[in-house]
Design a protein around this ligand. Structure first.
Ligand code: ATP
Ligand code: MG
Length: 398
């Protein structure tokens, strides 16, 4: 900031990081907004990289940190080079003043500008007072702002969950009726939002907020509707998964979108595969087809990258394979990569369906005496990496 200011530009820390600092939380990153154009930023920091096509930003490296430096942007209200379709912003490529940059942001608490050199905070929208009152308020006319970018509906739920701020009447009222707009948001962007909602430590509260705002059915149209508009039925598996995920994050343990999706979509996938079994399919084939269908359908709303959905399907299919406990072949399952995740999933299912308890006991016992240490893991990867003919016949024993 000082270097930009010394070169004659305005420069502030903006957005979530200022908000988090004022709330006494440690920001996970810092965004910078400046009056300098990307080329001018590059003149100040010759080694920075310019990125982005829709809106160009400078990535500046300082003391090991990567800082995103954006030029002030004009708002739709300020006119300029904007393109809208049905009220939705498709393009906003115009530079603006600091004040214009403030009013094009979403919520007032996200529109504070901090000058760390002077210690001054610029507040053009009443965000400071809203933050003090723990109030979430959209800048401008809420209906217009939600229509411009329906992801703001989800962001309202997320900030309520994450920060404990409460939306004011005008911000909350339109959410329920505008929820269907989410179907026009690119699925990849919704996938990102789902991860931020459920995999950053406040998943239980995010789900509560989505339910209260009636946003859940728009995000997960394949799930059974609950009582109340826009609500879904929350099964034990899903509720427990959200709780456990929050707990893991508190303990700094890793979490994966694959397990989350396995839990989110368990109700439709198990219903569908049961229907296929009743129609005469084998359990295994039924689960294979059901999982493909359910993931495909969810993909129309929120994309699920293949690297995650492949694991989600493995977790589901293992639920069928767990049932085969006779003979010796069950032992192989213990060595499969997804065994642990699938076993954890089985335990969650048993909380809902006590008839699964004997199966849980079997697999709990089966692991006794197993060596999960590093060497045995290594031995397993070595075995896996060897090319193998899947259809090789076993050598006849003489
Ligand atoms: P967090 O990083 O905790 O998710 P954040 O507020 O920093 O919260 P980002 O998505 O990182 O959220 O966005 C940074 C800033 O950009 C926001 O604080 C807000 O000012 C602005 N912004 C982000 N998304 C939108 C949006 N959809 N509409 C308008 N402004 C937005
Ligand atoms: Mg941020």
């Amino acid at each position: 900031m000082r270097e930009l200011q010394d070169a004659g530009y305005e420069a502030f820390i903006v957005g979530g990081s200022v908000r988090d600092l004022l709330l006494g939380k440690i920001p996970k990153d810092f965004d910078v907004a400046t009056s300098a154009t990307p080329e001018e930023v590059q003149a100040v920091f010759p080694r920075c990289r310019l990125i982005g096509r829709r809106f160009r930003l400078a990535h500046v490296r300082k003391g090991g940190a990567l800082i995103e430096v954006a030029t002030f942007r004009g708002s739709a209200a300020a006119g300029g080079d904007h393109e809208k379709s049905n009220g939705r912003i498709l393009r906003d490529n115009v530079f603006g003043t600091v004040e214009e940059d403030a009013i094009r942001r979403d919520f007032t608490i996200n529109a504070l500008f901090l000058d760390p050199v002077s210690g001054e905070i610029r507040d053009y929208v009443g965000g400071y007072e809203d933050l003090a009152q723990r109030r979430l308020r959209l800048i401008g006319d809420p209906e217009v702002r939600y229509r411009e970018d329906p992801v703001r509906l989800l962001r309202a739920a997320r900030f309520e969950a994450k920060l404990g701020v409460m939306p004011d009447e005008s911000t909350e009222a339109p959410i329920r009726t505008m929820a269907p707009l989410l179907k026009d948001v690119p699925p990849a962007r919704l996938f990102e939002e789902v991860c931020k909602l459920f995999l950053t430590g406040h998943g239980v509260r995010s789900m509560e907020a989505l339910q209260r705002f009636g946003l859940s059915t728009s995000l997960f149209p394949g799930l059974k509707k609950g009582s109340g508009r826009g609500k879904i039925q929350l099964g034990v598996v899903l509720r427990k998964t959200l709780e456990n995920t929050d707990e893991r994050i508190r303990k700094s343990l890793p979490v994966t979108p694959a397990f989350l999706w396995a839990a989110l979509l368990w109700q439709p996938v198990s219903d569908r595969s049961r229907a296929l079994v009743e129609a005469g399919e084998s359990e295994y084939n039924a689960m294979m087809s059901a999982s493909e269908e359910v993931i495909f359908r969810q993909g129309q709303s929120t994309s699920i990258p293949r690297r995650f959905s492949a694991v989600t399907r493995q977790i589901w299919i293992m639920q069928i394979r767990f049932q085969r406990t006779r003979g010796k072949r069950w032992k192989r399952l213990l060595h499969e990569q997804r065994f642990r995740a699938a076993y954890d999933f089985l335990l969650l299912r048993a909380m809902e369906d006590p008839s699964l308890e004997p199966l849980c006991e079997f697999w709990t016992k089966a692991q006794e005496g197993m060596d999960f240490s590093r060497n045995s893991l290594k031995a397993r990867t070595d075995r896996k990496s060897r090319p193998r003919n899947r259809y090789r016949r076993r050598a006849p024993t003489s």
